[in-house]
Design a protein around this ligand. Structure first.
Ligand SMILES: C[S@@+](CC[C@H](N)C(=O)[O-])C[C@H]1O[C@@H](n2cnc3c(N)ncnc32)[C@H](O)[C@@H]1O
Length: 172
């Protein structure tokens, strides 16, 4: 979805590359791009921890709701920094938590799939972005984002699990 919004932003002279590890998601994205006539959008099979694309090849790296699913968030941000040109921007929306999650939550596969079990604590998340060589420019909470399942809503109240949007830059 985010690739199609980006496709409008960059226009036909720009280029958008989406990455997903699963064949069904990429197949669906390719079908939608083709039916919408987006010839400047392509999709790569890969992991966000190891993206098959060149250093410094991108003006912007975007992600929406995927980083919480990665157990190696530091590596995800180092990879984003590698992909960005100097002065490029990282724009993400994802799930973080104010309090550390218990082992029971972190080991609950249903809560991982609900984008909660893998949520990093706010300070850790910020530290991992900045340790990758990126500078955080803004952090915005998204209070309109609501979790659907009862267990997810409980974790939200108990641990301060929430959606945030973060903009960072790779210094020139
Ligand atoms: C919550 S969805 C994100 C939806 C996406 N933002 C969109 O607009 O369609 C999570 C997606 O991330 C992919 N994913 C999860 N972990 C990944 C990883 N480590 N590397 C690449 N893709 C991953 C999954 O295959 C799934 O398609």
């Amino acid at each position: 979805m985010d690739c199609f919004v980006a496709a409008h932003q960059v226009g036909a002279q720009g280029r958008v590359v989406g990455v997903d590890m699963t064949d069904p998601q990429r197949t669906k994205a390719e079908r939608l791009a083709s039916s919408a006539g987006f010839r400047h959008v392509s999709f790569l099979k890969g992991y966000i921890e190891n993206v098959p694309a060149p250093d410094g090849g991108f003006d912007v790296v975007m992600s929406n709701g995927v980083i919480n699913l990665s157990p190696e968030k530091g590596q995800v941000f180092r990879e984003a920094a590698r992909l960005l040109r100097p002065g490029g921007r990282l724009a993400i929306s994802d799930i973080i938590t104010e309090k550390p999650l218990t082992q029971a939550i972190v080991c609950d596969v249903t809560l991982w799939a609900s984008c909660i079990g893998g949520a990093a604590q706010r300070q850790t998340f910020h530290h991992e972005i900045e340790s990758a060589g990126l500078r955080i420019l803004s952090v915005k909470e998204n209070p309109e984002y609501n979790f659907l399942s009862e267990s997810a809503q409980w974790a939200t109240g108990e641990f301060g699990v929430k959606s945030v949007s973060i903009l960072a830059t790779k210094p020139s």
